[in-house]
Design a protein around this ligand. Structure first.
Ligand SMILES: C[S@@+](CC[C@H](N)C(=O)[O-])C[C@H]1O[C@@H](n2cnc3c(N)ncnc32)[C@H](O)[C@@H]1O
Length: 254
């Protein structure tokens, strides 16, 4: 079989993805795709090459994420936490509510929590299934949240808008200078950013698209006051195995 172009590899992956066995672990979906490619009698190095193209596109494009998370949310499986993130809860305990933004809000567990605490919350999310469930969850909790079907790539963070930005287990394109600048500039003086996600070194093999390099994360917020930083091994909110995580709470100093 002739080698496929990168575009063709990606196209075939996107065609297969809706048919995958639902899993809340993106790593599991990649594993399923590897098995499928192996079953096509491809050589192992070809399969590795195709998976590298897929992993790279998952990092740089948003169309794959939408399909993948539509799958996950439509499956109704509960392999991830539906209660608010613990770092977020602890951090806002003593904080006066203001305007909050939830990046890649998923089903809205953090957004609903913040709204119940009196925050004026906006969340955006690339999966339409996620958006629909977040809206249902807000209604069920009796709170109003602005829920937007948007992506990191297109969302207008605005300027000096947010007293809090939270991003838990959401893609956080730190190496895109423009993204970090948009995000930093959108915080009010003393505004907080709270991040928690899977961690790995930037050059580690087999990195997942949601992985954050702790050094890059610290560097992205080096002009902030770091209130909390942790590079640790702990139980994540997504998936059920202890793994390396990074956590950051930083305050913007105007
Ligand atoms: C692992 S989930 C975490 C969801 C939520 N933050 C939580 O902690 O429950 C990652 C979320 O990011 C969303 N996402 C992925 N790529 C995105 C993008 N480019 N822009 C916005 N959201 C994105 C996914 O659809 C998914 O809902």
């Amino acid at each position: 079989m002739p080698a496929l172009t990168d575009d063709k590899v990606w196209e075939q992956f996107l065609e297969w993805l809706p048919l995958a066995k639902p899993s809340t672990d993106p790593g599991n979906l990649f594993g399923q795709y590897r098995s499928r490619l192996m079953a096509l009698s491809l050589r192992e190095d070809e399969v590795d090459g195709y998976l590298a193209v897929v992993a790279n596109n998952m990092r740089t494009r948003s169309d794959g994420w939408r399909v993948m998370f539509n799958n996950i949310y439509a499956s109704g499986t509960s392999g991830f936490s539906t209660v608010p993130n613990a770092l977020l809860m602890a951090t806002v305990e003593e904080r006066k509510p203001g305007r909050a933004l939830d990046v890649g809000m998923g089903e809205g567990r953090n957004a609903v929590f913040l709204a119940l605490q009196g925050w004026d919350v906006t969340g955006f999310e690339i999966s339409d299934e996620g958006v629909a469930i977040a809206q249902q969850n807000a209604r069920a909790a009796g709170v109003n949240i602005a829920v937007l079907l948007e992506s990191n790539e297109t969302f207008d963070f605005g300027r000096a808008q947010w007293d809090l930005i939270v991003a838990t287990y959401a893609p956080f394109p730190l190496t895109t200078a423009d993204y970090v600048q948009r995000l930093r500039g959108s915080l009010t003086p003393n505004g907080l950013v709270i991040v928690e996600s899977f961690a790995s070194d930037a050059n580690a093999p087999g990195r997942r698209p949601v992985d954050i390099d702790p050094i890059n994360l610290r560097r992205a917020f080096d002009i902030f006051r770091i209130l909390y930083f942790e590079d640790t091994v702990a139980m994540p909110d997504w998936t059920r195995e202890k793994t390396r995580l990074v956590r950051l709470v930083a305050e913007y100093r105007a």
